[in-house]
Design a protein around this ligand. Structure first.
Ligand SMILES: Nc1ncnc2c1ncn2[C@@H]1O[C@H](COP(=O)(O)OP(=O)(O)O)[C@@H](O)[C@H]1O
Ligand SMILES: [Mg+2]
Length: 467
């Protein structure tokens, strides 16, 4: 998937206004959770073709995924006022209403969408809407539930909502977590990051491996660690490798699974996921892009979505169950969107900044990456010198560009042509480091809202705070 993304990004460098390419790229970005890039690409399509319904729909989807439900609804409704037969817009409205807890409105939208295009049937939505009637069919007085003081309607679950042969307790399975695994990856697959690896050994690995020592001092083993840093610096990679190092069970929830829970408002799924981790300890429960869950989104927290946030916090607190031996790792590029409530003691109370690699780190990453490619002669340090500010993902892009460059000749001659340092340095000149923009935002937060020194490591990295 990420490879596909890099190939598309490359293709767009040559053809930046190619609408079908932009749409493919935007969709791939959505899949990878790269909301801003997706949004920019849809916008770009609209600059040349303002009526493009797919791109407009794309923007609505981005808004929904970012938790801006009212913006998403407005966009979807605008599409429908221009194109009343746009089935996909009805489906999106159904999703939006589900997120807002408006299930009977969702039913009405879903039914309209299906009537226009039956191929859009979505078992996930159907499951959420089982037994829900559209609003016009609902006779007054038959509504179950209660009005809250704020006037919103809380739906009570009907007693028979769990029948019809649907398996109980299958939530983890629904989320595609049935076959979680002990990752084979370990620290040797991660280039550089020596300081971080050492911190992880001390703060994560050692306590989990020597639980009895910690217990002797009545110290708990487990809890939550938040990894943050620019995109592409290896947060996801090092989390997996950490699990591989200790041979712990690793249960990973990516953006998709998190969003599935939002859309289904599924506190039950949240509980099941934590239970799975508890039953398989020592285990690491990994929430990638955890800002999708822990974000300080007031509009969502007012709505039905707050149940999911509360469920997550309850599970982290281990209110009902014992989380000892379960380590929760969250990774994020946007720590400033994390609600401070998530950083209280017992929750994500330890934070690790993952910086972009320094020169020596880049040289190690280059060595790791070169192992998988035909290389003639390679001087990792020379390439490292020319790639200041590059993340691991940027370095991967450099390799991809260099490979792309020789591919023409490879296809012409039918021979494998080894890459050289020169090829790679040339490729590096055509790629722009992606970490700079991140530090521009991070610097503002670090300087102006550095509560309890949260961003000290960022300030140190920028040379704005003495070590
Ligand atoms: N330290 C590293 N060693 C080797 N590869 C790396 C490293 N950092 C990043 N990469 C490469 O970049 C890709 C993206 O890294 P990822 O872990 O997804 O970054 P993040 O989660 O911080 O956005 C990885 O799949 C890997 O190919
Ligand atoms: Mg990641």
């Amino acid at each position: 998937m990420a490879q596909n993304l890099d190939a598309l990004r490359l293709a767009l460098q040559h053809s930046p206004d190619n609408a079908p390419l932009l749409m493919l790229f935007a969709d791939a970005c959505l899949d990878e959770g790269l909301m801003e890039e997706a949004e920019q690409s849809f916008q770009r399509v609209l600059q040349n073709d303002p009526a493009n319904a797919d791109a407009r729909l794309g923007l609505a989807r981005v808004a929904l995924l970012q938790g801006k439900t009212s913006q998403a609804a407005v966009r979807a409704e605008q599409i429908l006022s221009d194109t009343p037969t746009c089935a996909a817009a009805y489906m999106l409205l159904a999703r939006i209403h589900i997120t807002e807890g408006e299930r009977s409105k969702a039913r009405a939208m879903y039914d309209k969408g299906i009537a226009l295009d039956a191929s859009l049937a979505d078992p996930g939505i159907e499951k959420d809407l089982r037994g829900v009637k559209p609003p016009e069919d609902e006779a007054p007085g038959r509504k179950r539930g209660a009005m809250t003081s704020s006037g919103s309607f809380i739906e009570s679950v009907s007693e028979d909502s769990e029948d019809e042969g649907h398996p109980r307790g299958g939530a983890a399975f629904d989320l595609g977590l049935a076959d979680f695994e002990k990752p084979k990856l370990n620290f040797s697959a991660v280039g550089g990051m020596e300081a971080l690896k050492e911190e992880i050994r001390m703060k994560i690995i050692y306590p989990l491996q020597h639980a009895e020592l910690f217990k002797a001092y009545d110290k708990k083993v487990g809890g939550g660690v938040l990894l943050y840093g620019p995109p592409g610096v290896g947060k996801t990679l090092i989390s997996k490798a950490t699990a591989g190092e200790i041979k712990a069970n690793f249960i990973a929830l990516g953006l998709h699974q998190i969003l599935d829970m939002w859309i289904g408002n599924s506190e039950k799924n949240m509980h099941e996921v934590f239970e799975l981790a508890r039953q398989n300890k020592p285990s690491i429960l990994f929430f990638d892009e955890v800002d999708a869950l822990a974000a300080d989104r007031r509009d969502l927290r007012q709505s039905a979505g707050r149940n999911l946030i509360n469920a997550f916090l309850d599970e982290m607190d281990g209110a009902e169950s014992d989380n000892d031996g379960v380590l929760i790792i969250g990774a994020t590029n946007a720590p400033w969107h994390i609600d401070p409530a998530f950083r209280r003691p017992g929750r994500f109370d330890r934070t690790l900044f993952v910086p972009p690699p320094d020169e020596a780190g880049r040289a190690s990453i280059i060595e790791v990456m070169a192992q998988k490619k035909p290389i003639g002669e390679l001087d990792p340090r020379a390439l490292a010198k020319k790639t200041e500010g590059f993340s691991g993902a940027d370095l991967k892009a450099v390799f991809d560009i260099a490979v792309e460059d020789v591919m023409n000749e490879v296809m012409r001659t039918g021979k494998v042509i080894p890459l050289t340092t020169k090829d790679l340095i040339k490729a590096a000149g055509r790629h722009k480091a992606t970490t700079k923009a991140w530090f521009e935002s991070a610097k503002n937060y670090a300087m102006y809202s550095n509560q309890s020194g949260f961003y000290d490591d960022v300030l140190k990295h920028l040379g704005l705070l003495k070590r």
